[in-house]
Design a protein around this ligand. Structure first.
Ligand SMILES: CCCCCCCCCCCCCCCC(=O)SCCNC(=O)CCNC(=O)[C@H](O)C(C)(C)COP(=O)(O)OP(=O)(O)OC[C@H]1O[C@@H](n2cnc3c(N)ncnc32)[C@H](O)[C@@H]1OP(=O)(O)O
Length: 143
C-alpha cells in the first residue's frame, strides 16, 4: 500500500518514517556569478539540476535501488537567489508508492554576512526504481 504524508491518507509506518529521517539530504552551495542570469540571480535551470540531484540522493539513500526520474511536479520560485549568497537544499521523501517515490525539495537562500535565511524554491520530484532490464520494480521491500 502506498505511504504518504498527506493527512487525509494513512500515515507512514514507523519503519518508513525512520528511513525517511535517515535519508534526508542537505546540500549547501555558494552562488557564484558564473551560474547566474542577466538579473544577477541564480539561473533557474541550475536550480532545477541541483534539486533533481539532491532529490535523487535522498531517494537513493531511502531505497538503495537504481532510480530514474520520471517526473517533476510544479516548481515554485518564490524568491530570487542573488549571486554572493548561500543556497541550502533540503530533500525529503514524502510519498512511497509501489515502484515510485516522491521527494520534496526546498531551497533556502542565506545571506553570507548576516543571520538571515528565507525559503526561495520548492518542488517535488518522482523517481521510479528499475531492475536490470530498466523495468519498474518495487521501491520498498523492508516491511
Ligand atoms: C556512473 C556513475 C553513476 C552516478 C550516478 C549519480 C548521478 C548523480 C546525479 C544525479 C542526477 C539526478 C538523477 C537523475 C536520474 C536521471 O537523470 S534518469 C534519466 C531521466 N529519466 C528517464 O530517462 C526515465 C525514462 N522513463 C522510463 O524509463 C519509464 O517511464 C519508467 C520510469 C521506467 C517507468 O516506466 P512505465 O512503464 O511508465 O512505468 P509504470 O508501470 O506505468 O509506472 C511505474 C510507476 O511510475 C509512476 N509514474 C509513471 N509515470 C509517471 C509520471 N509522469 N508522474 C508521476 N509518476 C509516474 C506510476 O504511477 C508508477 O508508480 P507506482 O504506483 O508503482 O508507485
Amino acid at each position: 500500500m502506498p505511504h504518504t504524508l498527506d493527512s487525509t491518507r494513512p500515515t507512514f509506518s514507523d519503519a518508513i518514517e525512520q528511513r525517511i529521517n535517515q535519508s534526508e539530504a542537505r546540500v549547501i552551495k555558494a552562488v557564484f556569478p558564473s551560474i547566474t542570469n542577466h538579473h544577477n540571480t541564480l539561473f533557474g535551470g541550475e536550480a532545477l539540476a541541483w534539486m533533481d540531484e539532491t532529490a535523487f540522493i535522498a531517494a537513493t539513500r531511502f531505497c538503495r535501488k537504481t532510480l530514474v526520474t520520471v517526473s517533476s511536479d510544479r516548481i515554485d520560485f518564490k524568491k530570487p537567489i542573488p549571486a554572493g549568497t548561500l543556497a541550502e537544499l533540503i530533500a525529503r521523501v514524502i510519498h512511497v508508492g509501489n515502484t515510485s517515490l516522491k521527494v520534496e525539495v526546498n531551497i533556502f537562500v542565506e545571506d553570507m554576512y548576516q543571520d538571515h535565511r528565507e525559503h526561495a524554491i520548492r518542488g517535488v520530484f518522482t523517481f521510479v526504481a528499475v531492475d536490470e532490464q530498466r523495468h519498474p520494480t518495487q521501491v520498498w521491500t523492508a516491511e
